[in-house]
Design a protein around this ligand. Structure first.
Ligand code: PRP
Ligand code: URA
Length: 209
């Protein structure tokens, strides 16, 4: 599917199975989400441009490759997206972090914004929006729209598990956004939870409920 990258690396698939398991507690869940985010960051940054620099090794001068200074931003959708920030920062420590607070109204299923703080130079950055779950797509769709309204033009979306409905919603609303997921699951249930999914990502990360 155009614009959709399903990351099928064995380590990613194995760790995804660990967090799907209902017997995995909050401590391990957090740790594995962090590891997964790091592995996904590796794939998402694959296209970053390189430049040639001259350095001196202990053996003499040489030309070598270095990142050519593209500015990155990581934007977690609160709350559950927070669980993916540290893993990503491990690989791209120079990235700035913006936050978007949204929750899905349990009755209307519509996203409600309660917080938005982005890097001031957001329009110059390549932004990676992170949220473990892409269910109806309502939250990610709204978050991406907020970011675009602030001038951002280069946006990627990284989720652990997506429902086909969520992918469709993002592809329709934001065809310019590349989507990276570890799995596309079967369907949504009557409460718009992903099946088989992993349950409520925020609750499992933070031990609430
Ligand atoms: C979850 C999840 C996504 C959203 C996905 O957040 O982390 O943000 O639901 O659903 P959607 O694609 O149908 O919008 P939730 O609203 O439960 O808030 P939380 O992260 O604070 O728990
Ligand atoms: N939000 C979650 O945390 N899990 C789902 O399955 C759907 C939305």
């Amino acid at each position: 599917m155009e614009n959709v990258h399903v990351l099928d690396h064995p380590l990613i698939q194995h760790k995804l199975t660990l967090i799907r398991d209902k017997n995995t507690g909050a401590k391990d869940f957090r740790e594995v989400v962090k590891e997964l985010s790091m592995l996904m960051a590796y794939e998402v940054t694959r296209h970053l441009p390189l430049e040639e620099v001259e350095i001196e090794t202990p053996m003499g001068r040489t030309k070598a490759k270095a990142l050519s200074g593209r500015k990155l931003g990581i934007v977690p959708i609160l709350r559950a997206g927070l669980g993916m920030v540290d893993g990503m920062l491990n690989l791209v420590p120079a990235a700035k972090v913006g936050h978007i607070g949204l929750y899905r109204d349990p009755k209307t299923l519509q996203p409600v914004e309660y917080y938005c703080k982005l890097p001031a130079d957001v329009q110059e950055r390549e932004l990676i929006v992170v949220d473990p779950m892409l269910a109806t797509g309502g939250s990610a769709k709204a978050a991406i729209q907020f970011i675009k309204d602030k001038g951002a033009t280069n946006i990627k979306l990284v989720c652990l598990i997506a429902a086909p409905e969520g992918i469709q919603a993002i592809r329709e609303a934001h065809p310019d956004v590349e989507i990276y997921v570890a799995a596309v699951d079967e369907r949504l249930d009557e409460n718009a939870y992903i099946v088989p999914g992993l349950g409520d990502a925020g609750d499992r990360l933070f031990g609430t409920k």
